[in-house]
Design a protein around this ligand. Structure first.
Ligand SMILES: C[S@@+](CC[C@H](N)C(=O)[O-])C[C@H]1O[C@@H](n2cnc3c(N)ncnc32)[C@H](O)[C@@H]1O
Length: 395
């Protein structure tokens, strides 16, 4: 595909065309089937021979063939029994060209176990239609509500993201579609947002099909002359939180503290977070001796401490802390920067009361979800608001 962000396709490679003689019957009349010419460049670019390629919506096996003829191992899941028979036949047809025989599963992608350590997921999401009545129960083509469709797609995306190897990619083809009222449904953009939630979005490409005009009686109403390709990568490993943990254990030996903010949530209800936390926020009593103790302990742990622009050194005048709310501790370790923000003045919460509700987790002391939420409500940023919604759903 080179450096272009688009790929123009005229037709399927002759060898891989699906013919009526070979496959007389299909519930979608093969309208939803991609081309080997379409998926192959992505398989080549984002995987190498021997890699494991997974397709949760195998269809007629276009991804599987594209992977197998390029020396990749491939696993695909397809729900429709009748289509699965055709799929098996089609995959078998090219078997002389494969180094590894693909594994095909007749099952539901929402529930069937995915392989571990996938190098690359390549998929073409079933479109939202809500009116393909010939399909089997559980087929995404049958989902009547768009919200439910997205909910199910999200589950598949999440499972794919979890099953990817470190540095693994997911290449997803998706398009916006027209509904029966003639409006557009932003399926491509919505599925892209879901991909972004679980992986890092790396690239967007567009596939342009030079083909005959859209026919109004096409029941898929997809106007398929262009399609988006979203290329995502597994999220990088979380940072090494042992740095924070060790420091907090030391602090806890002498001073009462509560972990708040996203590192607090990370410890007690990780699933609500979109991204792993970067820094560590703690709340302490507004007591000069406690604060001095924390400063000394963190200095011993290799942190530099600051009150706004002032370095907290031997000469620092602790009277300056009044009205400054927090102290920042910074340490460079393992080629990363670690930041602990220590809040000692907090208008919204009383430290002693919060401490009564504390949660002890793996040797560190975390504020309760309610108290962390109260603090977030106070800040009221957009990010906090969406986090709060997720916390509420959790309850
Ligand atoms: C867009 S097609 C994929 C086409 C495939 N990439 C190809 O070109 O051969 C989507 C496929 O997903 C299948 N499907 C829909 N819901 C499914 C589910 N819950 N589990 C597994 N497959 C499902 C459909 O039957 C259809 O074959």
């Amino acid at each position: 595909m080179g450096v272009n962000s688009y790929l123009i396709l005229k037709e399927e490679i002759e060898d891989f065309k699906i013919t009526k003689d070979m496959f007389p019957k299909d519930f979608m009349n093969f309208r939803d089937i991609s081309w080997v010419a379409q998926v192959s460049p992505f398989i080549k670019e984002f995987s190498k021979p021997g890699d494991l390629i997974f397709e949760p919506f195998a269809g007629m096996g276009t991804t599987i063939i594209g992977a197998a003829i390029q020396g990749r191992r491939a696993v695909g899941i397809e729900l429709e029994k009748e289509r699965f028979v055709n799929l098996t036949k089609r995959i078998d047809y090219y078997k002389e060209r494969y180094k590894y025989i693909p594994e095909l599963i007749n099952g539901d992608s929402l529930t069937f176990e995915y392989p571990n350590n996938i190098d690359l997921v390549v998929t073409n999401f079933p479109y939202y239609n809500g009116n393909i009545e010939d399909s089997e129960d559980g087929n995404f083509y049958n989902i009547k509500s768009y919200n439910m469709y997205l909910e199910f797609i999200e589950k598949v995306i999440k499972r794919c993201a979890e099953s990817l190897k470190k540095d693994g990619y997911m290449v997803a083809f998706s398009e916006n579609i027209r509904n029966l009222n003639g409006n557009m449904i932003s399926q491509a953009y919505d599925t892209c947002n879901l991909l972004k939630k679980y992986m890092n979005l790396k690239e967007e490409r567009i596939i342009l099909y030079e083909k005959e005009e859209f026919k109004e009686d096409d029941i898929t109403l997809t106007n398929r002359s262009h399609e988006y390709v979203f290329i995502c990568k597994k999220k990088e490993d979380e940072r090494d939180y042992s740095e924070y943990k060790n420091a907090l254990v030391k602090v806890g030996e002498k001073v009462k503290y509560l972990v708040i903010g996203s590192y607090g949530l990370f410890n007690i209800c990780k699933s609500v977070l979109d991204n792993p936390p970067y820094d560590c926020d703690i709340l302490v009593d507004n007591n000069i001796n406690s604060i001095k103790n924390i400063v000394n302990i963190l200095k011993d742990q290799g942190y530099d401490l600051y009150s706004w622009q002032d370095n907290i050194d031997q000469k620092f005048d602790y009277n300056k802390l009044k009205g400054r709310y927090y102290i920042r501790a910074i340490k460079k370790a393992k080629e990363e920067e670690y930041i602990i923000d220590i809040t000692y003045e907090c208008e919204r919460l009383d430290f002693s009361k919060c401490y009564e509700n504390k949660v002890d987790k793996d040797n560190i002391t975390v504020a309760s979800i309610e108290d962390i939420s109260t603090l977030m409500k106070g800040r009221g940023t957009e990010k906090d608001k969406s986090l709060l919604c997720r916390i509420l759903k959790l309850k």
